[in-house]
Design a protein around this ligand. Sequence first.
Ligand SMILES: [Zn+2]
Length: 247
Amino acid sequence: MKNLEIDVLCFAAHPDDIELAASGTVSKLCIEGKSVAIVDFTAGEMGTRGSKEIRAEEAKNASKIMGIKYRECLNFPDGNLSLTEETEKAAIICIRKYRPKVVIMNSEFERHPDHEAVHKIIRKAMFKSGLLKVETTFEGEIQKPHRIRKMYSYMQSYEFLRKPDFFVDITDSFQTKMDAIRAYSSQVFVPGVSDEGGPTTRLSRPEFLQEVESRAIAHGMLVGFRYAEAFYSVEPIGFKSLSEMVW
Ligand SMILES: [Zn+2]
């Protein structure tokens, strides 16, 4: 497992970030035959509900539901994530290992500080992974630089501070998205499965899943799809031809 050359690399602070914010898009990519990897910076061990072990199991099941090829956890401390030399280097190693064509990541303005930290880490790592003089090694070998400009943020707790740049039609993958979210029964309310006696969180309220659906409908409504997920691009978006927009 040296250079994997996958299509889309997803960065997240916690296991369940991708599922909540972008799993319709991700599972659709997998159905279309694209290779997708997820890198979670933390194991989510500070979550009010569940444990590190439970969340790892849930992430495994959710990955199967979405059709993810690779998933790894970097095991940085949950609740204490920030841009440091260590986190930056770990991200550069991942970018150079997976050599993606597209990266998706948390948004820069978020309720959870770890989400904002991932955005900062990846912004810097994306730039530095293209620099020849930034040396990293993986499995004992020096990695080659990897430079891409396609990096998009997904919407999770907060709306973006700007208009989304594009929406992905997730009408066909919406049920898969909800199944992937329900795989986290320690976090969200799944009747008959979740521990109803545990502490209540924003996610564990029975109405939370309705809120997820409402947002997907609201985003879809803006662009004429039944359900959609919103993204913004860090760099200006360029097309090789306008035919990429003709479907
Ligand atoms: Zn999170």
